[in-house]
Design a binder for this molecule. Structure first.
Ligand SMILES: Nc1ncnc2c1ncn2[C@@H]1O[C@H](COP(=O)(O)OP(=O)(O)OP(=O)(O)O)[C@@H](O)[C@H]1O
Ligand SMILES: *[C@@H]1O[C@H](CO)[C@@H](O)[C@H](O)[C@H]1NC(C)=O
Ligand SMILES: *[C@@H]1O[C@H](CO)[C@@H](O)[C@H](O)[C@H]1NC(C)=O
Ligand SMILES: *[C@@H]1O[C@H](CO)[C@@H](O)[C@H](O)[C@H]1NC(C)=O
Length: 356
């Protein structure tokens, strides 16, 4: 009888996991403060809203730092997800984040806050435009968000092509870029997408907001053939379906249709992951397969702030994905992270992760 074939499992060594997950997006320093109604009125802000800053809001950022006891958090959708993934992975420098910030004090704080969690940052730091900021004004149980992208909008593909930064791209096996970055540097997205395809790695994006499907259709559809995993919520999925005339309101059907769109290297079918708030998460794998995954129910009285729930879900999902876990376990980790984050203010988490 012939000797049994011994297949030696490759143990993930420290080196293998380092920098395994690469994120690129809009870094924003979140500045949160508890304010009174009067302060919101001064800037014409609604108590529960998320807007982009206009010129009249710009003096507000320095002002809240002077007037209130503020908290600083390294934010922005992609950076939030990368931080949550890093937190769940535990081992420092498992993740890398790239984006554009300024040569200013807020930029220093942002870098420090992201690195505190263990993320390796490789920011493009330029001096023309200041660091992007997001004011989170808490008033009772309401939360008014006012974001000024500033430097985040100024990312350049030339930064990604620098030797040391490209080495970080090559080191990774998984890439995640939220759709918001389509408005900033589609060239950078395509560069990473093609690298992933050519090397059999995993490229992931997020629909991120209805306006991206509606108005950034061209760069989104250029990237789509390279997307192995696409995230989004039900509203975003519907907006995509309307733009592409799918003529259906069935979210599962929409997920399957998106999963079936043309793909380079079609041997790996595209996966589309759609969250639906307090309802089950749907996952389409290619055009014919659909699975439904229960969330972790939470009593309404325990919900503090649902902002960042989607970002946290993605972070939890990615943490298990890069460890090679099956999709079912990835979704469970996503639901765990989302459940934890909605019981806290903002996209924040405790020091230690207790997830197993
Ligand atoms: N009311 C809720 N009860 C329990 N879990 C919830 C609730 N809302 C959200 N979640 C959790 O958060 C995940 C993501 O939620 P959702 O689909 O609302 O994301 P989202 O709309 O992108 O959120 P946001 O844009 O505020 O970050 C859900 O899959 C679920 O696990
Ligand atoms: C498909 O994947 C293979 C190996 O994973 C790679 O060599 C090839 O270039 C890829 N094709 C495209 C279009 O990127
Ligand atoms: C999905 O996300 C969008 C922002 O892209 C948000 O406006 C919407 O309320 C979310 N939908 C649900 C059902 O949570
Ligand atoms: C990304 O995907 C998640 C989960 O599918 C979704 O809930 C969220 O709204 C998206 N968010 C951003 C900001 O990219």
């Amino acid at each position: 009888p012939s000797a049994p074939i011994v297949v030696r499992a490759i143990r993930p060594t420290m080196k293998m996991i380092e920098g395994v997950l690469f994120g690129m997006g809009n870094p924003l320093l979140d500045i949160s403060a508890t304010v009174g109604k009067g302060y919101l009125e001064k800037y014409n802000l609604k108590a529960n809203d998320a807007i982009l800053a206009e010129d009249k809001h710009l003096p507000m950022y320095e002002e809240i730092v002077k007037m209130f006891a503020v908290d600083y958090i390294a934010g922005g959708a992609t950076q939030n997800s990368i931080k949550v993934a890093q937190w769940m992975l535990g081992k420092p420098l498992s993740t890398t984040f790239v984006g554009c910030i300024g040569q200013d004090n807020f930029g220093d704080i942002l870098k420090e806050k992201a690195e505190e969690v263990g993320v390796r940052t490789a920011y493009y730091r330029q001096s023309e435009i200041p660091t992007g900021l997001c004011a989170a004004l808490l008033c009772g149980t309401d939360r008014s968000l006012c974001a000024n992208l500033a430097a985040a909008n100024n990312y350049k593909v030339s930064h990604l092509q620098e030797k040391d930064n490209w080495a970080l791209v090559e080191q990774a096996s998984y890439y995640y870029i939220a759709g918001f970055f389509l408005t900033v540097s589609p060239e950078s997205i395509m560069l990473v997408a093609k690298h992933a395809a050519q090397n059999g790695k995993t490229f992931m994006m997020n629909l991120s907001a209805p306006f991206l499907s509606q108005f950034f259709t061209k760069p989104m559809m250029e990237a789509m053939p390279y997307v192995d995993i696409l995230f989004g919520n039900e509203t975003e999925a519907q907006a995509f379906a309307d733009k592409h005339e799918f003529n259906t309101k069935d979210i599962g059907e929409i997920a399957k249709r998106i999963a079936g769109l043309p793909k380079v290297n079609s041997t790996k079918p595209r996966m589309v992951v759609i969250t639906q708030g307090c309802q089950s998460t749907l996952i389409a794998t290619g055009p014919h397969e659909l699975t439904e995954h229960q969330i972790i129910p939470l009593d309404t009285s325990k919900i503090v702030d649902t902002n960042g729930a989607g970002d946290a879900f993605v972070g939890g999902f990615l943490a298990l994905l890069v460890k090679g876990k099956p999709v079912k376990e990835c979704v469970q980790a996503g639901h765990f992270a989302a459940n934890l984050i909605i019981q806290r203010s903002g996209c924040t988490f405790p020091k230690e992760c207790t997830y197993e």
